[in-house]
Each structure stands twice: as C-alpha cells, then as structure tokens.
Design a protein. Sequence first.
Length: 185
Amino acid sequence: MARKVYTRTGDDGTTALLFGGRVAKDTVGPDAYGAVDEAVSTLGLARAEAERGSELDELLVRLQRELFVVGAELATAPENREKLEDGVSRTTVAMVEALEPVIDEITARYEPPTEFVLPGENRVAAALDVARAVVRRAERQAVGAANAGWLVDSAVVPYLNRLADLVYTLARWQEGTFRPVRTGI
C-alpha cells in the first residue's frame, strides 16, 4: 500500500520539529524555514529556465542543497541545537565565506549597474530576481527568529544575507546588457 502524503497531525496548527517536539506553525522557526522553503522553490524556478548542465544550473543546485541545511537549522528547537551537524543541519561560517568568491567572480563578468534595476530583461534573470526577494524575506524572518532566541550562535542570517547578494549578482550576469531605469516617467 502506498504511503499517504497527509498525516493530519498538523490539522491542529502545529508542526513537528527536527530532533523532536511540536510547535505552532506560526512560531518564528517554522515561519523562517517556510520562507527558506520558498527560496528553494524560487531558485528551482530559475534553474528550470537555465540551460541544463550549465554553470548556472549547477550553482543553483548547490544553493538549493545548502538551503536545506539552513532550513534544517531553523526546524530545530533551541533546546536541540547541540544535535545539529555542521554543513548537514547547521549553517557554518565556511558556507557563508564560500559564497563570497563566487559573488566576486560573477561580478567581474559584467559592468555593475549604477542605478535601480528593473527586473524582467529575460526569464532567467526575472526568476532570479524573484528568488532574491524571497531570500531577503527569509533573511528578515531569520532575524526575527534570532531576536526571539530561536537561533543562537548561528550563521543562518549571514548566510541568507550573502545568498541574496549572490542571487542579485547572478540575475545581473544573466541579463547580459544592463539598461538603467529612467526616472521622471
């Protein structure tokens, strides 16, 4: 018999956490990892628009997998943080630092915009801009989780901050030529 997708255990408005426990679905941790889940999906949308096997495709797969680590950390109650494993269920400073040379290398491929960017030059760049906005939302929600004590000694917020910078950079790279936004319309 096939396993059912639904469990009904969340019908009461609670969700299970990694390493045990249940909390309300609108608790700061689940709220933040929900936004991280959205970021994984929006990066998937960008990946669906990218050429299979391309440098961008492979980088987006890497970033989606890293976001699963971020999500796992956010899905862990503060009292179970000692059970987290670096790079598997705990976001590390090394993960944050590994994004920086990628940002630098991609930025060197195009002339950075000097004005506001109007998303939509092409489907890949537009999908990346949506992903960047979702990553920024996840970052804001992770800040809320950190301020509420859900995250302690965590690299989640810096990782999401750097990831949003990288996704912005990827969108500009994928645009090719930059068209400035004209004001005074």
